[in-house]
Design a protein around this ligand. Structure first.
Ligand code: GLU
Length: 484
């Protein structure tokens, strides 16, 4: 049987890291097995619908390379691929009625007041109302009368109150629950829309889905889904419920963390490929613990049996590291194009942007960090004079002052401010005075940058700054050291 997986997002906002992981794993499972990956839009919860969210889904899938073989924009013979459109075909009502005929579901006409008066109990910290099956006992005549009068209704699943239900999850194994814990969940709402709980079963079956990958928040409802499959005489798909993704404090990754969605991460200057690579490792690892993969390599290596069921911690430091690796591997022209807007944001003076990009390419972890590496080029920061002291270079404030005063006239006389020419001039000065290289370069680099760490050496920085600015900064260094 051909493997068919689906990504079934609800258009409720940005694409959460957890959703992207589900999409990625579904994509990888399908592609690894030469199967099809499908997109289905689950928009039956009209209250949660957010304008523009469907576009975000398309954009994100496109950007991350998770190309769907079928979906609302790509018919594969299983459409419609949007649940509100599927509803119009009558498909959900048809199966709900079949379940009613089989005694597995029933009409419920209870109004709000009655439902509110029912006993509540607390499950997983949430208060829930367990329906008391009141309407299960209505006579055929009563039901028909209510329907004829146009009385609002929902359709509920009729779950047994005794016995147990068992289902299998690829990660969690066999799970058995007491049927007394299964509430008679709503299948069709009073507005005629199916609930997610019902639609996911009908759609996954009628769209021939073989593997269902989703967050483990759906684990507790799965016995009810399995009962629906069984009631309809359908084969249950392979279930893979993914572990929770937590932040560094082991709390559920939430909007507050600031990096909970794909778009948040892109806005923070992360590279799409690095994000996809990192997300693949949130719960999965290959045999050899390798970490850097292209999407094609992931397709080849992805074996869902290696998904881990313990919670995955979203470690932003690790993602930064990975992003840095991707920047290092990136083709220079591509890097230059993406980095340029970030460079221009900091450097508004006329400067060799390409040279700046070359210097920072191997040093930054994300584009956001570009600023920290280069802002001294725009303006000399205030700096601590102790920075002139360097044990290994054998420099201190006195020696630095002496060197700066000696090189100033040489650099004033220098016409060619290219890196090579400046370097030759200074090496000449070093040799004549029998100094060590660092003894001279350290104070110059400190004076022209005001920083402990810079993306380039003294002469590279002077070449970028130009003659006038370099001399101004060296004079400033002399002044600061003299007046200390
Ligand atoms: N629409 C559900 C969600 O966005 C999909 C869950 C599933 O994959 O079945 O959470």
């Amino acid at each position: 049987m051909k493997v068919r997986t689906r990504y079934a997002p609800s258009p409720t906002g940005r694409m959460h890291v957890g959703n992207l992981r589900s999409a990625l794993y579904e994509f990888l499972i399908a592609k690894h097995a030469g199967g099809d990956f499908m997109l289905r839009i689950e928009d039956t919860d009209q209250e949660r619908f957010v304008e523009g969210a469907t576009e975000i889904i398309y954009r994100t899938l496109e950007k991350t390379g998770l190309k769907h073989d079928e979906g609302p924009d790509k018919d594969g013979g299983y459409g419609p691929y949007v649940q509100s459109e599927r509803m119009k075909t009558g498909i959900y009502m048809k199966y709900a009625k079949e379940l009613i005929d089989k005694g597995e579901a029933y009409y419920c006409f209870c109004d709000k007041e009655r439902l509110e008066s029912l006993k509540t109990s607390v499950v997983d910290g949430k208060e829930i109302t367990v329906y008391d099956k009141h309407c299960l006992h209505l006579s055929k005549e009563e039901i028909e009368k209510n329907l004829a009068e146009g009385k609002p209704f929902v359709i509920r699943q009729n779950n047994p109150t005794t016995g147990t239900t068992t289902f299998h999850d690829e990660l969690y194994g066999d799970i058995t629950v007491d049927n007394s814990e299964l509430d008679d969940m709503i299948l069709i709402k009073s507005d005629g829309y199916p609930t997610y709980n019902f639609a996911n079963v009908i759609d996954d079956h009628t769209m021939n889905i073989t593997h269902v990958v989703r967050g483990n928040e759906y684990l507790s409802s799965s016995p009810k889904y399995v009962r629906l499959y069984e009631a309809l005489g359908w084969e249950v798909p392979t279930y893979i419920h993914l572990p929770l993704i937590t932040d560094e404090n082991h709390k559920k990754l939430s909007k507050r963390s600031g990096h909970a969605s794909f778009e948040d991460l892109i806005e923070q200057g992360f590279i799409t490929e690095a994000v996809v690579n990192y997300i693949a490792l949130l719960g999965w690892s290959p045999e050899d613990n390798r970490e850097i993969f292209t999407l094609d390599e992931l397709i080849e290596k992805f074996d869902y049996h290696r998904i881990n069921k313990s919670p995955s911690v979203f470690d932003i430091q690790k993602l930064r590291w990975m992003n840095g690796e991707y920047i290092k591997m990136m083709d220079f022209d591509k890097f230059y194009e993406s980095a340029l807007p970030y460079i221009k944001e900091v450097i508004t003076k006329d400067m060799d942007y390409k040279k700046i990009a070359e210097m920072i390419k191997t040093r930054i972890e994300t584009y956001r960090y570009i600023k920290d590496h280069i802002d001294f080029l725009q303006e000399l920061p205030e700096y601590d004079l102790h920075m002139y002291e360097h044990k290994k270079m054998k420099t201190d404030m006195d020696s630095s002052l002496k060197v700066l005063k000696e090189v100033l006239p040489i650099l004033e006389a220098q016409e060619d401010y290219s890196n090579d020419a400046l370097y030759a001039t200074l090496c000449d000065y070093v040799a004549k005075n029998e100094y060590k290289n660092g003894y001279v370069m350290w104070p110059i680099r400190t004076a022209v940058s005001g920083k402990q760490m810079t993306p380039g050496g003294a002469t590279e920085l002077m070449a970028l700054l130009g003659k006038e600015e370099s001399l101004k900064r060296i004079r400033k260094g002399i002044e600061l050291l003299e007046n200390r």
